[in-house]
Design a protein around this ligand. Structure first.
Ligand code: SAH
Length: 257
């Protein structure tokens, strides 16, 4: 009798211990799940890195971009952090994506091509018209010394400025305004990249291009197929225009003065 009571109490104590361990384990795994939700795991960023390298191999290097500086910049900039949260999974697809306010982040290949066409060098000062998400500026900033970028839609420009600052791109300065007029204060520029389509080449931008400099710009009517052009200014200041390929960009807007 005494023995069976003794064993019963031992059994209860053992079960209580088991129950305690079980609850402790469940509690710990709950905390772990919560933490991994709040802080995306290392594996998560590894997943995007893999997608990014694949994007460069299949969409860019496999086409006609051989400039190692451009390929490396495209590998380095985390494109998924420049698109709206719900678009993250498609960030490395071979297409443009909406970024809000009716605007788009260009297809990765077009970003790489336009960057390559500028033949950017490490001491260059660049101007971008059409900051959008800040992605193109981030890619170019990996190669040049400094990039000034102008955005006409205030909330887009402010968000891009915050994003590039948080991601540590120290050589990008964003301004809200009409980029048609360039950025006189910091001109002339070695490279100018316009990421919205204009029906003509803005004369203020040609003026702000340094001798020996290059500008990449889509030219054509809004919502139609446009031509990607490269405007080259020779060392003597002569202008030469090259027609590269058909593209589709959002229109370059104008602020009525
Ligand atoms: N380069 C951007 C995408 C550009 S989309 C990126 O990497 O995400 C084109 C951008 O040009 C839009 O954000 C649009 O608001 C801006 N834009 C249009 N007209 C402009 C103008 N006149 N001056 C400055 N930005 C302009």
């Amino acid at each position: 009798m005494l023995n069976s009571r003794y064993f019963a109490s031992k059994l209860i104590r053992a079960n209580l211990k088991l129950l305690f361990v079980f609850f402790l384990f469940s509690y710990a795994s709950l905390i772990f799940c919560h933490l991994s939700y709040c802080f995306p795991s290392h594996e998560d960023s590894q997943k995007y890195k893999k997608l990014r390298y694949k994007m460069v191999n299949q969409q860019i290097a496999a086409r006609d971009i051989y400039n190692q500086k451009v390929l490396q910049a495209m590998r380095d900039v985390p494109r998924h952090l420049f698109v709206p949260e719900r678009r993250k999974k498609s960030a490395y697809g071979d297409f443009p994506l909406p970024i809000g306010y009716g605007q788009t982040i260009s297809q990765p290949y077009i970003v790489a091509l336009m960057t390559d066409l500028l033949k950017p060098e490490k001491d260059d000062i660049a101007l971008e018209v059409g900051t959008g998400s800040g992605y193109q500026a981030a890619v170019l900033s990996k190669i040049v010394k400094k990039i000034y970028t102008v955005e006409i839609i205030t909330p887009l420009g402010k968000a891009a400025e915050k994003r590039v600052n948080e991601l540590g791109y120290k050589n990008i300065t964003v301004r809200i305004g009409d980029g048609y007029f360039g950025w006189e204060q910091y001109a002339p520029f070695d490279c100018i990249i316009v990421t919205a389509a204009s029906d003509h080449i803005p004369p203020p931008l040609v003026k702000q291009l340094k001798n020996g400099g290059k500008m990449a710009i889509p030219i054509g009517k809004p919502f139609q197929v446009q031509r990607l052009m490269v405007v080259e200014k020779s060392e003597k200041g002569e202008i030469r225009i090259k027609n590269i390929l058909p593209v589709r960009f959002v229109p370059l807007r104008r602020i009525q003065r």
